[in-house]
Design a binder for this molecule. Structure first.
Ligand code: ACO
Length: 322
């Protein structure tokens, strides 16, 4: 039997606090109109003091498990994508495993910045296809508000907190059609976030916040995402007209629109959540996917293209028959 992985459940969590553009413009020199026109963002969610990547991951994961109607003890692999783990170690994956009380799974984290969910999905798919796992929990959880410098108007307007999850299970019909992941460390200086205690650079030790050359990141992101669309279609011998939905990483509406244009897709076929969520890094694609599944836009049998781009640079896509 040829093994494939298939999405059997999705979940998501957004913290309660809403931070609007107006609120941000009270503390840095910006405006609601500037932020909305340049990014498409109006507000974002901010996690409470009691919350963390693991606590948000737990809520999203429980939702995905419930939607799948599966016994959590059948999960044999847990992969958490996060750039904002609760601890350096144990991994957020292990913390999530403990919270869920799942005994016989292996758990670990994947760090690929905003592309983390696609990287995690790709690894999960390989494990299932190879026969090494049967049921895999994939979670992206981020508490970006704690690594954002709230005095830097170039970054603090962009990010938000949240968690998204999906459960993949083995099946003999596709499923995940293909995944494609890439990285290029040559771009490390355009977008990075140092961990003060372990940085060798003294300036970085003082900071501990996201540092980004936004305009340069923007240009590479648009070109790279255009290329990954071609790569994904070619690998599946598919025409762009066969894709029903685009679920992109939610960094900037202008980047999303450029990818949709490349696919000759109407924005009505694109799942956009960033207006009220901002960029939730590795959670964003999973949150958007969950939203469109739950509100009935994405239906069983439809073909969905997921894609993301982030620090590293890292980038990737997943083509899924839902
Ligand atoms: N409010 C008002 N003015 C601002 C703001 C702000 N919040 N931020 C920057 N400006 C100013 C700049 O100072 C500049 O002024 P100047 O012309 O006088 O020098 C002007 O606006 C234009 O600045 P740009 O940086 O060129 O603006 P741009 O149109 O590129 O928008 C943005 C900035 C929104 C950050 C955009 O570049 C972007 O979205 N970049 C990509 C982000 C991304 O995709 N990141 C990857 C994923 S994140 C991850 O992996 C963790």
């Amino acid at each position: 039997m040829i093994r494939y992985s298939r999405v059997v459940g999705t979940g998501g969590y957004l913290p309660e606090e809403v931070r609007t553009n107006e609120q941000i413009s009270e503390t840095v020199d910006t405006s609601d109109s500037w932020i909305y026109e340049r990014t498409g963002i109006k507000s974002r969610r901010i996690a409470g003091a009691h919350e963390s990547a693991a606590s948000m991951a737990e809520i999203a994961a429980r939702q995905a498990i419930e939607a799948a109607g599966c016994d959590p003890q059948t999960i044999d692999l847990i992969i958490v994508a996060t750039g904002t783990p609760d601890l350096v170690y144990p991994s957020t994956g292990c913390l999530l495993q403990q919270r869920l009380g799942i005994k016989n799974a292996v758990a670990f984290d994947v760090q690929a910045a905003c592309s983390g969910s696609i990287f995690a999905l790709s690894i999960a798919d390989q494990y299932i296809k190879s026969g090494a796992a049967k049921t895999v929990l994939v979670v992206g959880s981020e508490i970006c508000s704690r690594i954002v410098d709230w005095t830097d108007r170039g970054t603090c307007i962009l990010f938000g907190d949240g968690a998204g999850a999906l459960l993949l299970s083995v099946t003999n019909e596709p499923g995940v059609l293909s995944t494609h992941i890439h990285s290029d460390g040559d771009f490390k200086d355009l977008l990075y976030c140092p961990l003060p205690q372990t940085s060798v650079n003294k300036n970085e030790q003082e900071a501990g916040y996201i540092s980004m050359r936004g305009n340069e990141v923007f240009k590479v992101a648009v070109n790279t995402l255009g290329r990954i669309v071609d790569e994904t279609l070619e690998a599946n011998n598919m025409d762009r007209s066969e894709i029903d939905w685009l679920v992109p990483h939610q960094a900037n509406i202008r980047i999303i629109a450029a990818t949709a244009k490349k696919l000759k897709m109407s924005m009505k076929q694109v799942v956009v959540t960033l207006e009220t969520q901002g960029n939730t890094s590795s959670a964003s694609v999973l949150l958007a996917f969950n939203e469109a599944v739950r509100d009935g836009r994405i239906k069983r049998g439809q073909v969905v293209l997921l894609e993301a781009f982030g620090a590293g640079f890292t980038w990737g896509s997943a083509l899924i028959k839902y």
